[in-house]
Design a protein around this ligand. Structure first.
Ligand SMILES: C[S@@+](CC[C@H](N)C(=O)[O-])C[C@H]1O[C@@H](n2cnc3c(N)ncnc32)[C@H](O)[C@@H]1O
Length: 210
């Protein structure tokens, strides 16, 4: 995976961008309502004794929001950077690893994966990711996937983005494809206002697997 287009894309962004200043200033976070919709939605499923796994947790923005309301947050991300500078709570731990390969003996009450599976190009890797998540779920655990999904069909974007000034690659699979792959009971939620859905062929959805 470290040779994948998406790894290189994210590595470049982490090396070139000061995420602490992003957290403070950027429209992507502070003025972006999505993070608050995510947080308010996730809160409904969190209690103080819960162990949470944040798959592809990046600069720990969500982990820092969740840490005060749960027992612990374990963040997994494959970027080769010093994540300790982003962690603001002692109950957050960070493991640098590809989420498709990550599995351990712990059972997590809640596994979240926000805006990440679109960067997993190969179906076999996505299959491994869900297989591993299921190994880390107990009887009452939940797996929450929040993403843009292709409407009616899978949408692949592989082109230069003027906005990002870089090549951008992402695969927006359909909700149906993901539900079929995970093979767990699912609830599908539409948690964002319509204004957050900027494209005609994709839409944000939040899937809760139990
Ligand atoms: C759009 S950011 C989302 C960050 C965070 N989940 C959030 O909502 O703020 C995508 C993150 O996924 C990470 N990522 C993408 N593919 C990954 C993989 N296969 N294994 C681990 N991390 C991955 C990237 O490094 C990046 O930090």
């Amino acid at each position: 995976m470290k040779n994948s287009k998406t790894y290189k894309f994210w590595q470049k962004r982490y090396l070139n961008i000061d995420h602490n200043s992003i957290v403070e200033k950027s429209r992507h976070y502070i003025n972006d309502p999505r993070i608050l919709y995510d947080f308010n939605f996730l809160k409904l499923y969190i209690s103080p004794n819960m162990k949470i796994l944040d798959q592809g947790g990046g600069a720990c923005i969500m982990a820092n929001m969740l840490a005060p309301i749960c027992k612990s947050v374990t963040v997994i991300d494959y970027q080769d950077i010093d994540y300790s500078k982003y962690i603001k709570h002692s109950n957050i731990s960070y493991i640098q690893k590809d989420i498709c390969d990550f599995v351990d003996n712990s059972v997590f009450d809640l596994i979240i994966c926000l805006g990440v599976i679109i960067y997993i190009e190969q179906d076999i890797d996505l299959h491994n990711f869900f297989f591993n998540c299921k190994q880390m779920m107990g009887k009452n655990s939940k797996l929450i996937i929040r993403n843009q999904f292709g409407i009616n069909k899978k949408v692949t974007v592989n082109k230069y983005s003027e906005e990002l000034k870089d090549n951008y690659f992402a695969v927006y699979r359909t909700v149906e494809e993901i539900v079929e792959l995970v093979e767990l009971p699912v609830e599908i939620h539409d948690i964002y206002p319509k204004s957050c859905n900027l494209y005609q062929d994709t839409a944000y959805r939040c899937l809760i697997f139990t």
